[in-house]
Design a protein around this ligand. Sequence first.
Ligand code: CA
Ligand code: CA
Length: 149
Amino acid sequence: MDYGTTDRCTGGTCTVHQGPNPGNIVDNNNGTYWEGNAGASLPGFIKYDFGDGVSWKISKINYRRRSGVANGVHAYKIRGSNDNTNWNDLTASQNFASSDGDQTITFTNQTAYRYVEIYITSSYDASLVSCEEIQMYEGIYPSGFFAFF
Ligand SMILES: [Ca+2]
Ligand SMILES: [Ca+2]
């Protein structure tokens, strides 16, 4: 399986369930971060809207928490939507590690979505979560590719 090398989190909008400066998640600078406020409740999300009329078959995502702080995303799943209301699960519920640096996940998704989100169901620090940066990449599916589940 190959993946595109262009980060599609550009030209659109990053939003989160709670807390200031979600734009820091997509500013291409690992030295800036978003962090929820104390007392936030989960589930939450880190969502990217590629923009009106723009959609991608996202199949690879990098996530990195605030370095040196054990408040990263723990359990999550990836979801996609084209209306920001009805969501499809692109992965089962799974876990990020409690560690610094990029954590890369890949998954089979042959549907283009305008909205893709990390849907957060638990954190390593109660309900507080953080993120320095995400990237999202397309999967490159050869014609005749079939996914077996
Ligand atoms: Ca980027
Ligand atoms: Ca950043």
